[in-house]
Design a protein around this ligand. Structure first.
Ligand SMILES: C[S@@+](CC[C@H](N)C(=O)[O-])C[C@H]1O[C@@H](n2cnc3c(N)ncnc32)[C@H](O)[C@@H]1O
Length: 274
């Protein structure tokens, strides 16, 4: 298996949509009348959940009708967030099951008129040049070694002057991290890089960096709130464990420890296509 096949296998659970709908019903939700808020605990596969997207959105200069590309869209939480703010969103993801679940949930929320999903690689996007007004990528770069390759593709499909927002976990300090992590069970498919690597790759592909912010404290506080919620009562029915499988607690513990120790930091970067 090549790296992309390994990455897609890592994220594939099997019967994921049924598992999600089952969990929603167990949590007392009517799946015929869902809102994006009902899904927020399980459809944001990144530290900081919906709050992290809200933080990033403030730097994206969004406008109604804007055509946005979501690189590595997962099951579509961020895409539906931006669709509800009036954007026309296209999500691209390597993992076929995620693309199918993203489409199914989006139909349930009646957002399928403004969001569509495609299966494909960020390194070889199925889009024509200058298709999008803006793009974003949330917790995806950790799975892709060739950062220049991703950013070159984003630069190709973005219109000149378009904003590209990134929110990824980046290496800091001596960078010693323990596996399994949520994005990889071992170092073979983990390509966490430093913010300097991201900056260089963006500049090499013609982007100008407009915003940079590290979000470590925010992420640690968010994870603490999640833990308090979990220990306050019975284990939560809704959560990213549905997507991450049985190693979820260890993965979340490892990512939290790496952030607390300063080996990993979540960073926002927004760059403008030249
Ligand atoms: C941690 S999840 C984040 C999903 C989503 N961005 C979110 O925040 O909810 C990483 C996603 O990146 C996708 N991915 C990894 N490598 C990719 C590649 N080369 N091309 C497209 N998608 C990729 C995975 O399939 C997975 O859905």
């Amino acid at each position: 298996m090549n790296v992309e096949q390994q990455v897609a296998t890592h994220y594939t659970r099997g019967m994921l949509e049924q598992k999600i709908l089952g969990a929603l019903r167990s949590a007392g939700k009517n799946v015929e009348q869902l809102s994006s808020r009902d899904l927020e605990l399980l459809d944001n596969l990144h530290v900081g959940g919906r709050e992290a997207i809200e933080g990033l959105a403030g730097f994206m200069e969004l406008s109604p009708g804007m055509r946005l590309l979501d690189v590595g869209c997962g099951i579509g939480g961020p895409a539906r967030y931006f669709a509800e703010r009036g954007c026309q969103v296209t999500g691209l993801d390597l993992t076929d099951e995620f693309v199918r679940v993203a489409s199914g949930l989006t139909r349930l929320l009646k957002l399928d008129g403004t969001v569509e999903f495609r299966q494909g690689s960020a390194l070889d996007m199925p889009f024509s040049p200058a298709t999008f007004d803006g793009a974003y990528m949330i917790h995806v770069g950790m799975n892709i070694q060739d950062k220049v390759g991703i950013f070159r593709e984003v630069a190709r499909v973005l219109k000149r002057g378009g904003r590209f927002a990134i929110f990824d976990l980046m290496l800091k300090g001596n960078g010693a991290i323990e596996f399994p992590m949520p994005w990889a069970v071992n170092a073979e498919t983990s390509f966490v890089s430093t913010v300097q690597d991201y900056r260089q790759a963006l500049e090499r592909t013609g982007f100008r960096i407009d915003h940079e912010r590290e979000r470590r404290q925010f992420a640690l506080e968010f994870m603490e709130k999640m833990r308090e919620r979990a220990s306050a009562g019975s284990p939560p029915v809704l959560g990213v464990h549905i997507l991450m499988g049985e190693q979820a607690p260890l993965m979340l513990k490892n990512v939290n420890q790496a952030m607390a120790a300063g080996a990993l930091e979540p960073v926002e970067l927004v760059a403008i296509a030249g």
